[in-house]
Write a protein that binds this ligand. Structure first.
Ligand code: 5RP
Length: 292
């Protein structure tokens, strides 16, 4: 079992949906009430999907373009998204506690773009996540990276802490510079993260083969947007991802670096929750942008 197996032998049954007995979310039926309640705040029970706004980039990148001023960038997007995904520093300094949006709290830290990104640790005590009323905790997992062992250890610690208090963990598939974002790699990384215990997983979209990545992961997958794309391309990527089984997005740069972030967030929303086709969603983006 030391070597990777042959991809020719794999059979994902990607056209057979996984049964979701006891709860509306894939693989979540055996979780406790508090965990399910928090997941129901993250994923809309009516559509089973979510639009999470990721603006945690500063914890490794400093003042990322579009996020130079969190206090100016995030409030206009607040009503267009379902979940705030950020660090505790951003939350306490720039987000009103009056918000009704659930928070997916970035709970890993310890590396920056100046050094090895995979050299992370658990950066938030469970008591502080509870104090902040976190609906979920997010941890970076560099499968195949220098710090793989440590990252998986961080995931284990957060899942164990989350299980004690009913807080789900989002395991984030983090791809080092040298790793390919193809279906073989993402299939391995998302599956490892789910099996170690994350209640939901963030992955990049890939083609071909994203539907196999989803089928091989027994818990919900949301996609990251990655580097800024033209709006039409980003909307097409969202459409393909949800069409192939992603339960939403945890998107950052393709929203907050858009020429009109609020219009883009609403267009992404139309795709994710409304099943809007990419060309219609792009029309919506242009209309909203012209109106504003
Ligand atoms: C860092 C993260 C970020 O939250 C997220 O991936 C960034 O989102 P995007 O790629 O859409 O800008 O988890 O790895």
């Amino acid at each position: 079992m030391a070597e990777a197996d042959s991809k020719e032998l794999k059979s994902f049954g990607a056209d057979i949906p996984m049964k979701t007995e006891g709860f509306f979310l894939k693989g979540s039926g055996s979780l406790g009430w508090g965990m399910k309640n928090r997941l129901s705040r993250i994923f809309n029970p009516e559509t089973g999907r979510t639009v999470m706004l990721a603006f945690d980039h500063g914890y490794i990148m400093g003042p990322t373009s579009g996020l130079e001023r969190l206090d100016l960038a995030i409030p206009p997007l607040h009503d267009c998204i379902d979940v705030l995904m950020c660090t505790r520093g951003a939350l306490r300094s720039c987000i009103t506690p009056i918000t009704d949006k659930p928070v997916c709290l970035r709970c890993s830290a310890g590396a920056t773009i100046l050094r090895d990104l995979s050299d992370e640790l658990v950066g938030v005590a469970i008591e502080d996540a509870i104090r902040l009323n976190a609906a979920a905790m997010a941890v970076q997992v560099y499968v195949g990276g220098e710090g793989e062992h440590k990252c998986i250890g961080n995931l284990v610690k957060l899942v164990d802490a989350g299980m004690r208090y009913g807080i789900p963990v989002l395991g984030v598939t983090a791809v080092g510079r040298e790793l390919n974002r193809d279906a073989r790699y993402l299939g391995l990384a998302t599956r490892v993260i789910a099996e170690v215990g994350a209640q939901f997983v963030k992955s990049y979209f890939c083609e071909p083969g994203f539907e196999k990545v989803v089928a091989g992961c027994p818990v919900p997958i949301v996609i990251a947007g990655g580097k800024k794309l033209p709006e039409a391309d980003a909307l097409a990527m969202c459409y393909k991802a949800v069409d192939q089984g992603a339960l939403g997005v945890d998107m950052g740069r393709n929203i907050f670096q858009s020429e009109d972030p609020a219009a883009m967030a609403q267009a992404v929303r139309a795709v994710v929750h409304g099943g809007e086709k990419p060309d219609k969603a792009f029309d919506l983006y242009k209309t909203l942008k012209n109106e504003s």
